[in-house]
Design a protein around this ligand. Structure first.
Ligand code: NAP
Length: 368
């Protein structure tokens, strides 16, 4: 696909932690090209280089430095917007754009729990895009909204999905150790978090316990999603790690598997986005590390063929209270945010929701 035939996309909240990841991940993307960057009113009209404190490795992409930040309103020159907005402003802005015909791939929590809005991880619940038709019909929107889950739920559910398919998850106990970048920029004050663990993240446990895993692993019956029937108990903690969330997970199943059965299920996991060859679908989707002391944030957060998109699991062992326990690690601003949204958009293209001229399986060299 040459540059003229790429799908034009905008980034809402381009100056923030997740917005910058979008900008980085969209460089050299084979199907999408950035045609608009947007930020809050205080930055509209400024050049990206002047408004954005670039936090990622390497420089701000050269062609975007002089890009003038736009208002988030109909009229933006693109087909699809990636939203990295806080939940509050996302509510009205995303709806206005979807009503006007834009496809909105959102990281925000504003629409995640609406019954007609897909909460999507394409490896886990690709059939939930079936909600889109009802969403457009009921709301009278020309476009639509698709969301991705919270960054800690993403890796919990990604690790559980093949186990749930094989053995039926019944109970989950999870303790998270979450990176400071999960709180956005500037996020948690350094004076609070260095040499410390903060045992509270606003609204996080509620999302992990009641709102997201059951919808993600729920069954789409042609009209709506029947929530999966299992319970989750979550303890969420902020730790002095820059990027990636680590979760210690104990699980009980309807049919108790042996440890080797679980390892085999992970090893054989080959979900739809990988089979479709979507540009951001990592191989493997789930990486099992056999060492006694892995996964670790510093060593494993950029694992996989698309760095930061793979969920890394390890330390699988029997659990005296539940059936088994293990650790799962994943990058929060890549797979847990911008990369998750980007893969959702690629999946929508593959399913014909966006018109692209001959999307192809080009090699994609994202380098964080
Ligand atoms: P952030 O660093 O605080 O960035 C927020 C962005 O939204 C900035 O670009 C900001 O623009 C813009 N913004 C703030 N208030 C606005 C308003 N009233 N109207 C319009 N724009 C506004 O936050 P973040 O960490 O990138 O998170 C963005 C979204 O992704 C949130 O919904 C968050 O929950 C979700 N998320 C984050 C992570 C993560 O790991 N960080 C993971 C998953 C999901 P200005 O610079 O112009 O103020």
């Amino acid at each position: 696909m040459n540059s003229q035939s790429k799908i034009r996309v905008g980034v809402l909240g381009a100056t923030g932690a997740v917005g910058q990841r979008f900008v980085q991940m969209l460089q050299g993307h084979p199907w999408f090209e950035i045609s608009a960057l947007c930020a809050s009113q205080r930055n509209v009209g400024k050049r990206y280089v002047d408004a954005c404190n670039w936090l990622l490795r390497g420089d701000m992409p050269d062609p975007l430095r002089g890009c003038v930040l736009q208002e988030m309103a109909p009229g933006i020159d693109c087909q699809l917007v990636f939203s990295a907005l806080p939940g509050g402003p996302a509510r009205s802005i995303e709806a206005e754009l979807a009503a006007a015909g834009y496809i909105v791939c959102s990281n925000a929590s504003a629409y995640r729990y609406e019954p007609d809005v897909p909460l999507l991880i394409p490896e886990v619940n690709p059939e939930h895009v079936g909600l889109i038709d009802a969403q457009r019909r009921q709301r009278g929107w020309q476009g639509f909204i698709v969301t991705n889950p919270n960054c800690s739920t993403t890796h919990l559910v990604s690790a559980l999905h093949p186990l749930h398919e094989a053995f039926g998850v019944e109970k989950v106990f999870v303790v998270t150790m979450q990176a400071v970048s999960g709180a956005g920029y500037p996020g948690v004050p350094s004076m609070d978090v260095i040499d410390n663990v903060i045992p509270f993240i606003d609204a996080e446990e509620e999302k992990m316990e009641r709102r997201e895993p059951q919808k993600l692993l729920g069954r789409f019956d042609g009209r709506g999603v029947q929530l999966a029937d299992f319970v989750v108990s979550a303890h969420c903690n902020r730790v002095p790690v820059r990027n990636s969330h680590l979760a210690a997970i104990s699980v009980a199943f309807a049919r108790r598997p042996g440890l080797e059965d679980a390892r085999q299920v992970w090893a054989e996991y080959d979900p739809l986005p990988q089979r479709l060859g979507l540009p951001s679908a990592p191989r493997p989707a789930i990486l099992y590390r056999a060492e006694t002391d892995r996964p670790q944030p510093r060593m494993d957060r950029l694992s996989g063929s698309i760095p930061g998109m793979t969920t890394v699991v390890g330390r699988l062992r029997a659990d005296p209270l539940f059936h088994m326990k293990f650790l799962a690690l994943g990058h929060n601003t890549i797979r847990g945010a911008a990369g998750g949204s980007l893969l959702n958009a690629e999946f929508l293209v593959s399913q014909g929701y966006l018109k692209a001229e001959r999307p192809r399986r080009a090699l994609y060299r994202f380098s964080p």
